[in-house]
Design a binder for this molecule. Structure first.
Ligand code: DC
Length: 232
């Protein structure tokens, strides 16, 4: 995976730890491609919804997602400037993926083995090219256990809920802190307690707690680590 093609950087951690922003900036600083794997799970929830499938009907959701991946109606696209994007029916669903309902749906479908399996190849195909930053929950443990750099980016639940509220309010959504904190905790629990690919720190991951750090300091630390592991 390493050498002239560049290394694989895995950034895992709970929702709201700042992964998206940090991963984008790290990829930009290194000139690497970014893959936001959470968008694949969000898009899977959207595929299920559009297929008229109940989110708790595991077999039907798995079948809908498998079929969408096989047909190419759910896929990753190289996009512009190294930013991959997920396409559903050839269209980037953009903000439709980022609603609280889609966050809960994504967390639910991410617990289904058939969904995870269906999304694995797409993630690996991008990563195998090297010079890539993948951001998710199980990149360092399942998708790329051989990644040259694994970062586990975390922050307290309270800090993550505060950031989520700020983000939603910035978009004009009337977010309540108590409700958001409860959602963060519920998602943490769902993501950490599922049987398959639970949110877990890889033994060889570097743990970064962003609770009291400026985003730029987090980015600088990860870029320095990547360079020390062979990124140029
Ligand atoms: O990072 P995010 O909030 O966009 O992720 C949405 C959901 O997808 C989240 O509940 C966890 C799940 N997910 C996962 O199980 N594995 C990944 N590699 C990425 C996301």
């Amino acid at each position: 995976m390493s050498g002239a093609r560049g290394i694989v950087v895995a950034i895992d951690g709970p929702a709201g730890a700042g992964k998206s922003t940090v991963a984008r900036e790290v990829a930009g600083a290194l000139g690497y491609t970014l893959v936001d794997t959470g968008s694949l799970y969000r898009a899977s929830a959207l595929v299920a919804e559009r297929a008229g499938v109940a989110i708790d009907d595991r077999a039907a959701v798995e079948e809908a997602v498998r079929a969408a991946v096989a047909a190419g109606t759910l896929r990753l696209d190289a996009g512009d400037a190294g930013l991959t994007r997920v396409l559903v029916g050839g269209v980037d669903p953009a903000e439709a993926l980022r609603t609280p309902a889609m966050s809960m749906g994504a967390s639910a479908v991410a617990a289904y083995p058939g969904v995870r399996e269906a999304l694995l190849d797409a993630q690996r195909a991008f990563g195998q090219r090297g010079a890539v930053v993948l951001e998710g929950r199980d990149i360092g443990t399942v998708v790329f256990p051989g990644a040259e750099l694994k970062v586990f980016l975390t922050a307290t639940a309270e800090e993550r809920a505060r950031r989520r509220c700020d983000e939603l309010r910035g978009k004009g959504v009337d977010a309540d802190y108590g409700v958001t904190l409860a959602e963060v905790r519920q998602r943490d629990h769902q993501d950490a307690s599922r049987d398959i690919a639970p949110l877990r720190e890889a033994p060889d991951a570097v743990r970064v707690d962003s609770s009291a750090m400026e985003p730029q300091a987090v980015v600088d630390a990860i870029v320095a680590l990547a360079r020390s592991r062979g990124a140029v």
